[in-house]
Write a protein that binds this ligand. Structure first.
Ligand SMILES: [Zn+2]
Ligand SMILES: [Zn+2]
Ligand SMILES: [Zn+2]
Ligand SMILES: [Zn+2]
Ligand SMILES: [Zn+2]
Ligand SMILES: [Zn+2]
Length: 286
């Protein structure tokens, strides 16, 4: 099929699915209404995922238009989340998106609260939700995983903290940097984890890295720059810079070793005053 501008616009930059209802703010960067709802309602984030501008309001429309041309003041709206709907049908679809629904019943069954769906799943299908995921994962109820009694061990697995961690690591995304620092944050999908990488760490989104997972996130600026130079440098100057970064990496420990030797030497009585600033981490120009 031939790809046109219209078709690229029709794909959501966040979930890569075709957009049936557009969510649009003042910066005119459309995403699909599911992603927008997830961000604004479930994650309570109001910024644009493309340019990061804070969007005090968004409009949900079927046909893409310029935001400033939309008379949203007259549209039905969800005041709490500042979402305006071009028509009642879109509004209904939005409300439906947020309702807990059983997708195992032959006839879709809708509930007003998640607890009711949980009860239904338990009674009718003998399926159980993960208590932790239900509490912490910001996802729609139709995206939630249901486990059999055997898989869940009647909630007993969660009495054991190690088992819980194993489950979270296997079933959910987490930041390996923060995890190493002892913080335990989990993300409902890679999109939100990459938001975290971008915000709290260093994320490379150049070329091939734009579609990578995990391997394009870096803990320190130096790691990030080294990667940029190694993976994405196009010319000699950049390659040279790449080598310089390599040198910095190689020199640090060597210099450290030399300092250690000196520190040892300075242990001789009388020498100490000659090396007043030498410490384990001091790097003197040699
Ligand atoms: Zn989307
Ligand atoms: Zn934007
Ligand atoms: Zn059911
Ligand atoms: Zn879980
Ligand atoms: Zn992190
Ligand atoms: Zn990269």
């Amino acid at each position: 099929m031939e790809s046109t501008t219209k078709e690229t616009e029709k794909q959501c930059v966040l979930c890569c699915q075709e957009i049936d209802i557009f969510a649009l703010g003042k910066c005119d960067h459309p995403v699909c209404y599911r992603c927008s709802t997830k961000m604004r309602v479930l994650c309570e984030q109001k910024y644009c995922a493309v340019c990061r501008e804070e969007l005090d309001k968004v409009v949900f429309v079927k046909k893409l238009e310029v935001f400033s041309s939309l008379p949203y003041q007259n549209f039905p709206c969800d005041k709490k989340h500042d979402i305006y709907f071009k028509d009642e049908r879109i509004y209904a679809q939005y409300r439906h998106l947020l309702l807990p629904e059983c997708i195992h019943c032959p006839e879709p069954k809708v509930f007003s609260r998640f607890e009711e769906l949980e009860q239904h799943m338990r009674k009718q299908h003998e399926l159980f939700s993960c208590k932790l995921c239900s509490k912490h994962l910001k996802i729609f109820s139709y995206e939630r995983k249901w486990y059999t009694r055997k898989e869940l061990f009647c909630d007993e697995r969660y009495l054991d903290n190690d088992e819980l961690l194993k489950h979270l690591r296997r079933d959910h995304y987490f930041c390996h940097f923060c995890d190493a620092d002892g913080s335990q944050e989990y993300y409902c999908d890679y999109r939100y984890l990459s938001e975290h990488f971008r915000e709290s760490h260093y994320l490379c989104e150049e070329g091939r890295c734009a579609t990578e997972q995990f391997t394009h996130a870096f803990r320190s600026e130096i790691d990030y720059k080294a990667h940029k130079a190694a993976a994405h440098s196009k010319n000699r100057a950049e390659a040279r810079q790449n080598r310089q970064i390599d040198l910095q990496f190689n020199y640090a420990p060597r210099q450290q070793r030399r300092n250690d030797v000196k520190t040892m030497k300075s242990k001789n009585p009388g020498d100490e005053d000659d090396f007043p600033v030498l410490g384990a981490t001091a790097a003197l120009p040699m």
